[in-house]
Design a protein around this ligand. Structure first.
Ligand code: ZN
Length: 504
């Protein structure tokens, strides 16, 4: 994720111009991520009592997240989602849909929950039999006709219709999930927007495979995660079938509807790329994306092989103040693209692309681990600067980030313990990135890059916590790094980097 930072943009541009005229882009690097809108109220927390306390065979209404106890659910593990959605009228998103979920019970279950917001549910079955259900906030509680036994595989089919509800997340006051705008639809769900368009176990700890079958009226087109495996002309409508062959966290599921210019290419080593640009975007909108192939190959070399079978970017013709690393297809609001500063925008492109390794393939175990996503993606911007301009370029970039944190400490809290209402604060980005650079200086280049590769290799396709990362860093470097990480991740005051003359 990257969000637009308008508040202090002018200050940063001035600072960048002073600090470094050539290497530092004027957009976005490391600026505060917090609270672009005031007065928005989070509405989705259900706050319902926990029936599981009275009956051990009721699945928990939360996945156990330390920041967001109601996100996700307990008692089962999803293997597969099939989203079959027909959008009748794109301008209002009037839709009918069927979501089919294949899951396995991890305990005996007389009832379990999904997260789901809005819509009329017209049918709900478990293993083919109609099931009772009730709703409270985002919690959909399902009581199957026959209880499920631990380790039993089961299938839930939910049919629903209506217009998706608008929601703002507690974590970030921007419109989230399925978003309608003039010209189409985009989906941006980190961390809890997924439930606005499908019933889901909405926590990154339950990754699953996804298939999307989406029908839209002509002339609209669909771009979703994964590979387009079929496209069917039904006369007035078109049905798109997208398949994702690698497990994905629920918040990364995206369905985008518009009219697109599609661009296909390959990285030098052969990773396929398809980009989608809404047709009314300015000419040259693809320029910041021209080096994605090089980035894919460079990051594959330093992190490990690219995790997925395809990559690409999608730019919508609307400003939504964010870019999000949806798996295999990052999406961008037009306000994240500055065609007068292509090399600056390229850093945002490198950021989202690097998330395919850190965030998408290796996903957070708990939302409080978010610096493992954002600190890594921020440092990846620096690694791209280093790739282009050498170590001196990276050093200048680090100095810029460091001085910015020093100048505006209130926007950059300690990265290791974000607040629930400020998940994407500047600290998890900039101080997270600086933590990785400090680690590199602490253990040396060889150990540092071996740490990144080992960490990625061990946790790819799954989840990792801050503790897991620290354990890998200690194992590979042979050093006790507990105090080091405590200083960098959890203390209010930014540590010095004496090697660069910073913070003394
Ligand atoms: Zn990010």
């Amino acid at each position: 994720m990257n969000t637009a930072k308008k508040l202090l943009a002018l200050l940063f541009i001035a600072a960048a111009a002073l600090a470094c005229k050539t290497l530092i882009p004027t957009t976005a690097i490391g600026a505060p991520e917090s609270n672009p809108v005031e007065g928005t109220v989070a509405v989705t927390e259900a706050g319902i009592p926990s029936p599981e306390e009275s009956n051990p065979q009721v699945g928990s209404s939360g996945a156990g997240d330390s920041l967001y106890p109601n996100f996700g659910n307990g008692g089962y593990d999803v293997q597969n989602y099939l989203l079959d959605i027909t959008v009748h009228d794109v301008s209002i998103s009037d839709l009918t849909a069927t979501t089919t979920i294949a899951a396995t019970a991890t305990q005996d279950l007389v009832a379990f929950n999904l997260d789901f917001i809005g819509f009329d549910i017209t049918s709900l079955t478990v293993n083919g039999d109609p099931a009772a259900f009730s709703r409270s906030g985002q919690e959909l509680t399902i009581t199957p006709a026959k209880p499920l036994a631990k380790n039993e595989s089961f299938t839930v089919v939910v049919e629903y219709k209506g217009i998706p509800e608008v929601m703002n997340s507690e974590s970030l006051p921007v419109q989230m999930g399925w978003v309608i705008f003039e010209g189409g639809i985009f989906v941006l769900s980190e961390p809890d927007g997924a439930a606005t368009f499908y019933p889901v176990n909405d926590h990154p700890s339950d990754k699953a495979l996804f298939t999307f079958r989406v029908t839209v009226p002509k002339p609209y087109e669909v771009a979703a995660n994964g590979v387009l495996s079929d496209k069917k002309d039904n006369g007035d409508t078109t049905t798109y079938l997208f398949k994702l062959r690698d497990p994905m966290a629920s918040y990364l599921a995206t369905i985008n509807i518009g009219e697109f210019n599609e661009e296909t290419m390959q990285s030098p080593s052969g990773i396929p790329i398809r980009n989608y640009y809404e047709i009314n975007l300015p000419k040259g909108v693809n320029r910041p994306f021209a080096r994605q192939g090089e980035m894919l190959d460079y990051f594959s070399q330093i992190f490990g092989p690219y995790p997925f079978e395809v990559y690409g970017s999608l730019v919508m013709n609307t400003d939504f103040g964010a870019a999000l690393e949806n798996q295999t297809i990052s999406i961008y609001g037009m306000d994240m693209i500055d065609l007068n500063d292509v090399s600056g925008t390229e850093l945002t492109v490198a950021h989202e692309l690097s998330h395919q390794w850190f965030g998408d393939s290796v996903s957070v175990a708990d939302w409080s681990d978010i610096w493992l996503n954002e600190g890594f993606a921020t440092y990846s911007e620096g690694l791209w600067v280093e790739h282009l301009h050498g170590r001196a370029g990276l050093d200048e970039w680090i100095k810029y980030i460091y001085n910015e944190v020093k100048a505006f400490p209130e926007y950059f809290p300690a990265p290791g313990n974000p607040r629930a209402d400020d998940l994407f604060n500047g600290g998890v980005y900039s101080r997270g990135g600086l933590t990785l650079h400090a680690l590199r200086l602490e253990v040396g280049d060889d150990a540092f890059f071996k740490i990144l590769k080992t960490y990625y290799d061990r946790y790819k396709g799954g989840n990792a916590s801050t503790k897991d990362f620290i354990a890998v860093a200690e194992e590979v470097s042979g050093k006790d790094l507990k105090q080091f990480f405590d200083n960098w991740l959890y203390q209010d005051t930014l540590m010095p980097i004496p090697e660069l003359g910073l913070g003394k």
